[in-house]
Design a protein around this ligand. Structure first.
Ligand SMILES: Cc1cc2nc3c(=O)[nH]c(=O)nc-3n(C[C@H](O)[C@H](O)[C@H](O)COP(=O)(O)OP(=O)(O)OC[C@H]3O[C@@H](n4cnc5c(N)ncnc54)[C@H](O)[C@@H]3O)c2cc1C
Length: 418
């Protein structure tokens, strides 16, 4: 009997954007046996970024790919500490006693994670065909019907499927949903910076702020909020200082806009003296400010053979630390829906499945993130129980979920392909 040789032909996958989502997809698809090219706008010579959350829902995906965040210096979240703006402790919660999630919730330096994903994706050793990473390659257009990517220099690449993982300022999103749906300022901006934990611990007036390992600490003012958590084996404190955008000079959408210590101290001027003493430790050269962007729900996730994932599909604000995790979930779903042996003819039905799997969950997390960014009074804060959001976010394994949905779909498929 003749063998179906198409079963052994890897899909040619083109990925626009080599950020966290694009690289998780690329590595997973490589491990499924596919032939992947990633086009990344920057030269990736000096990646930047501070810490990101890896919730249990993202952590499991990384472990599946053979990446163990704790080997990259990620540390587990063990406590929550809540202070008021004057530095008075309001609540201290032990997270380890609540630790009912399938994997640990950790804080990781973005650069360490990004480097590891890149290294593993392009490594000559390991399963599958090494990913081709084309840096300084700006994707300016995609023809979704033929899965053709056009770069800024005019060169064209045709594959079987294109993934639009080009982040919050995505070009590929315009092709899928049109230019009208685009990110807009949420009214809030964020100063982002790092301070060595030792520098805080050395000062007896503020040492208590950094006394616990793995402590997610926040100070709440009326309209400003300061959040601090450790990364790099509890040695480096990552800060996000959230404030109304009109108070700071963030312009545009970049992750790397310079900011000044004077402006930071001015914006947080109403905070208590110990809090300001801690902020004064910031090294201005590491201080960035960015505008927190939000976007309306996209009506579809794919067009022809082009599918969106990560921030390109749903920019996230930082309030629940789910941006990278949901991008990884999208990527894991795509990977699970395209196992080795998937034929080119199956791609459209798989993308329809992808959208049906991801749309509700990603947007629900996006909406609850938006809610948790609201400025609430003391009484309102007491009434809100965020536990349900955390359980919903964390108790999910997208790899397993998408694999199961695909198996059921294939079992029940009787009619013609979509
Ligand atoms: C440099 C940088 C620093 C960041 N720092 C932090 C941080 O400190 N804390 C935090 O919580 N989140 C940070 N983020 C955001 C966070 O990583 C993402 O929100 C999340 O991981 C979702 O991942 P993503 O892959 O969808 O998007 P991203 O991680 O933003 O990746 C998108 C990638 O696409 C590339 N790209 C964009 N347009 C094109 C194009 N036209 N052609 C080719 N490539 C393109 C970008 O250069 C980028 O590498 C940062 C993102 C970047 C890019």
């Amino acid at each position: 009997m003749a063998q179906d040789s198409s079963k052994d032909v890897p899909l040619k996958v083109l990925v626009a954007g080599g950020g966290i989502g694009g690289l998780v997809a690329a590595l997973g698809l490589r491990q499924q046996g596919h032939d992947v090219i990633v086009f990344e706008r920057t030269d990736l010579a000096k990646e930047f970024g501070a810490a990101i959350h890896i919730g249990p829902n993202g952590h499991g995906i990384l472990k599946n790919l053979g990446i163990f965040p704790e080997e990259l210096g990620a540390n587990q979240f063990e406590k929550f500490a809540d202070y008021d703006a004057q530095g008075e402790l309001k609540n201290l919660m032990d997270l380890l006693s609540l630790d009912v999630w399938p994997h640990k919730w950790v804080g990781c330096h973005r650069v360490a994670l990004h480097e590891k994903l890149k290294e593993k994706a392009i490594a000559l050793e390991g399963p599958g065909i090494p990913v081709t990473l084309k840096t300084s390659s700006i994707v300016v257009d995609v023809d979704p019907e033929s899965a053709t990517v056009v770069l800024e220099d005019g060169s064209k690449y045709t594959g079987d499927i294109v993934l639009g993982a080009d982040g919050v300022s995505s070009n590929t999103r315009k092709i899928v949903v049109g230019p009208e749906i685009k990110p807009r300022g949420s009214g809030k901006s964020l100063f982002r910076f790092m301070i060595p934990r030792e520098a805080i611990q050395k000062n007896p007036r503020i040492a208590h702020f950094a006394q616990y390992n793995g402590c997610m600490t926040s100070w709440h003012g009326e309209v400003c909020r300061l959040v601090m958590y450790p990364c790099v084996n509890n040695t480096l404190m990552n800060f996000g200082a959230i404030h109304p955008s009109y108070m700071s000079p963030a312009k545009g959408e970049g992750w790397d806009q310079e900011a000044s210590k004077e402006k930071l101290l001015e914006v947080f001027g109403a905070f208590g003296p110990q809090v300001k003493e801690m902020l004064d430790l910031v090294d201005s050269s590491t201080l960035k400010v960015w505008s927190l962007l939000d976007m309306e729900r996209i009506p579809r996730w794919y067009k022809g053979r082009l599918a969106l994932l990560g921030d390109a599909a749903h920019p996230f604000m930082p309030y629940q630390g789910q941006g990278a995790c949901v991008a990884m979930e999208d990527a894991a779903s795509i990977v699970a829906l395209l196992p080795r042996g998937t034929s080119k003819d199956d791609i459209l039905e798989r993308l329809a499945l992808y959208q049906s799997i991801r749309d509700e969950r990603a947007h629900r997390i996006q909406a609850s993130t938006r809610n948790s960014g609201q400025d609430l009074g003391e009484e309102e804060k007491r009434q809100v129980d965020w536990t349900n959001s955390f359980q919903y976010n964390f108790n999910h394994d997208e790899w397993q979920n998408s694999t199961k949905v695909l198996q059921e779909y294939l079992r029940n498929r009787t009619g013609p392909r979509i």
